[in-house]
Design a protein. Structure first.
Lengths: 883, 307
């Protein structure tokens, strides 16, 4: 069940709304801000001014906010007014037209009986009678009635009953709409049968009306249905038995089923056989057979209107009873052929009609032979074929009475007999010469009287006056417009016969030019005679084509297209034949359509009457307008927020212009924000190295970010002098030729730089190098190269190191200047060992990577903060931590 | 920890009957003896047992009878002046308005006016009993009553102490206030000292009660909440259903301090009336310092004794 199919009951909706409102009131009452009252005894001595309400102070609202509010209010008011006038259109029952269309197709009978159906319609009528004018129609016809009350509506259905023909709801309702159905709401009362709903695009009706589906089949269980799918006539006309193959099908069940199958014709039960469908099978072919003589005993004079009925009787459950009866035309009944031919003598040798009679009998015809037509004792219309063989000197062979019968039929058109005969086709007439030298003039006159002379006018002899031979006879036929049959094209001599149909009477006359008997002169031998007769019979449609005879009782899929009056006038016999048609297989299958594809479903029960659907085009969804208004409000609020922030910033800058100036100057003057430690290499030969892993280690271990790429200087430049530390492994790059430090480097060291000198170096070189820094170092000993003691800041600035790794007997040396470490001499390629492409240390006992990393971290700390732990500025924090 | 412990011990909300006996020596020498609050001008040594009393902490040591101590190992203070007892009438208003603040007042729980009045009454009774005075406590419980008809005449200070302990244990409920005693429809004709403890909001005839005493002291007992407006909420209305319903929002009461102004005017009118009767007036609340109360009381008793 989809939500779109729900129709909310007005009373339940009102009840729910009232409940929600009451619950909202309850919540409000519980959550309301109570006016708290507190007893204060001294109030009794008070004589205060009775002004309880606070004084209202009017202040000018913010301009932009007020404009946004005004725009939002106007938008809301404007957009809210428009849907209001459309959404809540007062419902006028007098203007609403409700049409109920009742599907009376066979599949509906599987779910409800006609009485239950009538009850449903009665209840629906009661539910809707206060909502508008109700009209009703069924799938039986396009006729729309307006029942006076619910019982009248129910009575209509009881009187009609279910139909056997299938119904396509789409075409039925389309016909009704095209015929001028005017309804605001269309209720389709039906089941979910897929056959009925197929090709019904009900959505196109929604522009004109509300389409509501009233479901009759409330149960979702699959029902078992057994039905006759098809019958086939198997016998040939010459057989003595009539054999039928009946195909029984079923749907909705896998269990074994059995029953009885009967064949009835004109009230006579011809045969009855039991049948049983095995479990798991859905199809069964049952062979039925009865003697042809059984049918021969029945008066089959009116057999063309009476069907052969196969009836299925099931022992188990069967959802649909209508498809248990299957109608088909009776087959195998020998039709009588009237043969008018004078006897010529010994049969087979002298009788011209003997061979023809045999040929007709072979084709299953019963030949009634007369020498001549003397009176009107027989009804020529009872014969499908009249063969008149004449030319022997009299015209008693000509079936002119056929015309008289048709004239008398016109007079008796209103009688029942006429109605019965009207449905039968006219007999076909064969005119044939009795022998080769027959009197063709008589044949011509007979032909003219049957074909050329208008009814009620005496035949004139003029047309046949010159006809004396076969050639003249063929020429006369050709001249009268008859079509040649047989022979060669353009060769009149070889034409077997001429056929012509009277446009007025519809009488079809086939005039043979040769006797219908084996003759050497005509080339018709005994073998070819029956074949020729059969071919002519087949060509004229008197007998069906070769093969199994299939039943041709109609199977109407769409009753509206086939039988409704709007689709054209129908013969009453044809209508009755359609009404008694076989149930289409689509209805018998009871296949259900997906409910999603159905219109909104009417779910009103009897106790929830009074539900009202919105009338046509009287509603329009206001949600888009409200969404637009909400968006405008949000936009206004956003603009207000931006405006407020900007206004605050502007006011702040206006009040503190110096802050803005500083910020602006900083932004302009700052070209690079230094936030990372860089390794400064003093390498005259250049070369690039990266310290990605080392930088990652430093970043993870400390809060210091270090650049991956070092800054490399070829000499002590002003940029190099801005670095806090410098690394070098080339003493020549930092000393003069005399072996002393370059003046710029010495000045940089005095300013606080840290120079790290890696191997190779010699102690003597170190001593001479620093002579520029402190010429009196040797005497005082204050500033001199010393091994780094265990309590040196390099040993404890971050990690606590127990010792620095020596290399080949050489240790780390430090030059203390101005109470701090100024130059650090590393006895091996320390920095090279920390590169990403590390160079192995050529020491006897090289330090591992972890130790080198710790030493490097400590060196960073010393370079950046010297011995910060000795700085008493940290004392308060240290004391606080100790406490 | 009890609620009392949370209070400021220096305010009347923590006043006990036997509290704060240490006084200045000169004051002590001049009053508070055995026979009454009114001392005689003739001084007379006495060694009678009834003229002595036990030494209590704070008494001057030179007044101790050391010979008696040598005999009995008890510190006995000898009175050297004769005194006379006074008739003291203490009136307490225990009408419903005195049991305010009630539970619906959105403020931390403070002592009710009735509790303050009970503490003061018991303190006065205890003090005067210790001074040898005849004390009668009267009270009223009905708001419409004009004179306090219930009375009790405690004889011993210990009874006051016991009563105080019971009251403190029960939270100073009216039901525990002197279950014994009697009723009298008329006030005593004449007493030496008359005290009235109440908020003067009921129908009690405070002037008539105080007029029965030669000297009277109106201890106008109010709550500290009634004397301030900072705790008032602007959105809450405050009311009283007296003879007529009066109800104002907090912001109205605070507008232009009109509540405090009218309250001050009312108190001043009561004070003027009391002064016109020759009595003393003091507004006390749960936040009044014990020292201020005692100073006023000593001044009153000293003046009364001299009279």
């Amino acid at each position: 069940m989809s939500f779109g199919n729900l129709i909310i009951s007005a009373s339940w909706a009102a009840l729910g709304t009232a409940g929600l409102s009451l619950s909202g009131l309850l919540i409000w009452w519980l959550r309301r801000k109570r006016q708290r009252r507190v007893w204060l005894p001294t109030m009794r001595v008070m004589q205060l001014e009775p002004r309880i309400l606070p004084r209202i102070v009017f202040r000018l609202p913010p301009l932009l906010g007020f404009i946004c509010f005004a725009i939002s209010a106007l938008v809301l008011a404007g957009f809210s007014l428009k849907p209001r006038s459309e959404v809540f259109t007062p419902f006028d029952p007098n203007q609403a037209r409700i049409h109920i269309f009742c599907d009376m197709s066979p599949s509906v009978a599987a779910h409800v009986t006609i009485e239950e159906y009538a009850t449903h319609i009665s209840g629906l009528y009661e539910s809707l009678k206060g909502s508008g004018r109700i009209s009703l129609s069924t799938s039986h016809s396009a006729k729309i009635i307006q029942p006076e009350n619910a019982e009248a509506a129910a009575q209509v259905l009881r009187g009609l009953g279910f139909q056997r023909a299938g119904v396509r709801l789409g075409s039925a309702i389309k016909q009704m709409v095209n015929a001028g159905l005017e309804a605001n709401r269309l209720f389709i009362v039906s089941d979910r049968d897929q056959h009925s709903w197929t090709d019904f695009n009900w959505r196109y009706l929604l522009d004109e009306m509300d389409v509501v589906y009233y479901e009759l089949a409330r149960g979702s269980q699959t029902k078992s249905n057994v039905f006759i799918n098809d019958t086939r006539f198997l016998s040939s006309p010459a057989l003595l038995t009539m054999d039928w193959d009946v195909e029984i099908m079923r749907r909705g069940s896998e269990d074994a089923a059995q029953g009885r199958l009967t064949a009835t014709f004109m009230g006579h039960e011809l045969a009855a056989v039991p049948w049983k469908i095995a479990a798991g099978k859905q199809r069964l072919n049952v062979r039925m057979s009865w003697p042809a003589s059984t049918v021969a005993e029945i008066d089959v004079s009116a057999a063309r209107d009476v069907p052969l009925v196969f009836r299925l009787e099931t022992e188990g459950a069967d959802a649909l009873a209508a498809d248990n009866a299957y109608r088909t035309e009776i087959k195998g009944i020998k039709q009588e052929v009237l043969l008018i031919s004078e006897s010529g003598g010994e049969r087979l040798l002298e009788d011209p009609a003997a061979e023809l009679s045999v040929s007709l009998a072979i084709q299953g015809f019963s030949v009634r032979r007369y020498d001549y037509l003397g009176d009107n004792s027989i009804d020529l219309n009872d014969f499908p074929l009249i063969i008149a063989m004449g030319g022997l000197g009299n015209d008693h062979f000509c079936p002119r009475a056929l015309l008289n019968t048709r004239q008398s039929r016109r007079v008796r058109r209103s009688t029942e007999d006429t109605r019965r005969n009207h449905s039968r086709p006219l007999p076909k007439v064969w005119l044939a010469p009795a022998r080769l030298d027959a009197d063709y003039k008589q044949l011509c006159e007979c032909y003219v009287s049957l074909q050329m002379v208008p009814e009620g006018v005496a035949p004139g002899p003029d047309l046949c006056g010159q006809v004396a031979s076969r050639e003249q006879w063929t020429q006369a036929l050709n001249a009268m417009g008859a079509k040649p049959v047989g022979g060669s094209f353009g060769n009149q001599k070889q034409v077997l016969a001429y056929a012509q149909r009277n446009q007025t009477s519809g009488l079809e006359v086939l005039s043979f030019t040769v006797p219908l008997m084996p003759l050497i002169a005509t080339g018709i031998n005994h073998a070819a005679m029956p074949i020729m007769v059969k071919e002519v019979l087949t060509w004229q449609g008197i007998i069906a084509a070769q093969g199994p005879q299939q039943a041709n009782w109609p199977r109407v899929d769409d009753y509206a297209t086939t039988a409704w009056e709007t689709s054209g006038p129908k013969d009453s016999d044809a209508l009755s034949r359609i009404r008694l048609s076989n149930v289409p297989i689509g209805e018998s299958l009871l296949t259900e359509i997906d409910p999603v594809n159905l219109p909104q479903r009417w779910s009103a029960e009897k106790d929830t009457v009074g539900k009202q659907l919105p009338a046509k085009k009287d509603r329009e969804d206001p949600l888009p307008w409200l969404k637009l208004a909400a968006l405008i409000c949000l936009g206004a609020m956003g603009l207000e927020g931006v405006w407020t922030v900007c206004a605050r910033i502007f006011r702040f800058i206006k009040q503190r212009p110096q802050v803005a100036s500083v910020l602006l100057f900083t932004l302009i003057a700052s070209t690079k924000a230094l936030g990372a430690v860089e390794i400064a290499l003093l390498a005259p030969r250049g070369g690039r190295a990266s310290f990605a892993s080392l930088a990652r280690e430093v970043s993870q271990r400390t809060s210091i970010e270090m650049d991956v790429k070092p800054n490399i200087y070829a000499q002590v430049s002003p940029e190099a002098a801005a670095e806090p530390w410098l690394w070098t492994d080339n003493l020549q790059a930092i000393t003069t030729k005399a072996g002393v430090l370059q003046p710029e480097l010495a000045l940089w060291l005095k300013r606080g730089g840290l120079l790290i000198v890696e191997s190779p170096w010699q102690p003597a070189q170190l001593e001479s190098m620093v002579s520029r820094l402190d010429p009196g170092a040797g005497a005082s000993g204050a500033n001199s190269w010393r091994p780094l003691p265990p309590d040196h800041e390099l040993m404890r600035s971050f990690y606590l190191l127990d010792a620095l790794p020596s290399c080949n007997g050489e240790i780390w040396r430090g030059y203390q200047f101005d109470g701090r470490l100024a130059i650090l001499a590393v006895p091996y390629g320390f920095l090279q060992s920390l590169r990403d492409q590390s160079v192995p240390i050529t020491c006897a006992n090289p330090p591992d990577q972890e130790r080198s990393a710790r030493i490097f971290v400590n060196m960073i700390m010393v370079a950046l903060a010297t011995d910060y732990k000795r700085d008493q500025i940290h004392l308060p924090e240290i004391l606080k931590r100790l406490r | 920890m009890s609620e009392l412990d949370l209070r400021d011990v220096s305010t009347l909300a923590a006043l006990q009957p036997a509290a704060a006996k240490e006084m200045h020596y000169q004051d002590y020498k001049n009053r508070l003896r055995l026979q009454g609050s009114q001392y005689m001008s003739l001084k007379r040594p006495s060694r009678l047992a009834e003229s002595s009393r036990d030494y209590v902490a704070g008494d001057p040591v030179n007044l101790i009878d050391w010979k008696a101590y040598a005999r009995t190992d008890q510190l006995i203070v000898r009175e050297v002046r004769d005194e006379s007892s006074s008739n003291v009438l203490i009136g307490v208003d225990l009408s419903p308005t005195m049991f305010w603040p009630t539970a619906d007042v959105p403020e931390p729980k403070i002592a009710t006016k009735a509790e303050i009045a009970m503490r003061l009454a018991l303190h006065l009774a205890y003090a005067h009993l210790r001074m040898g005075d005849q004390v009668e406590i009267r009270w009223l419980v009905n708001e419409s009553a004009t004179i306090p008809t219930h009375f009790v005449r405690p004889r011993r200070p210990a009874a006051i102490k016991t009563g105080f302990l019971q009251l403190a244990a029960s939270g100073f409920r009216a039901d525990d206030w002197f279950t014994e005693g009697g009723t009298a429809n008329a006030l005593p004709t004449r007493v030496d000292l008359a005290f009235w403890l109440g908020d003067a909001l009921g129908a009690a005839d405070v002037a008539g009660f105080l007029s029965s005493g030669t000297r009277s002291f109106f201890l106008h007992t109010l709550s500290s909440l009634e004397l301030a407006t900072d705790w008032l909420d602007d959105g809450i209305s405050y009311f009283d259903q007296g003879q007529e319903l009066k109800e104002y929002q907090g912001q109205v009461l605070k507008q232009r301090d009109q509540y405090l102004q009218q309250l001050t005017a009312w108190r001043q009118s009561l004070q003027r009336a009391q002064h016109q009767r020759g009595g003393e007036y003091l507004t006390v609340s749960d936040r009044t310092q014990i020292s201020a109360y005692q100073a006023a009381l000593q001044a009153f008793i000293k003046a009364a004794g001299k009279a």
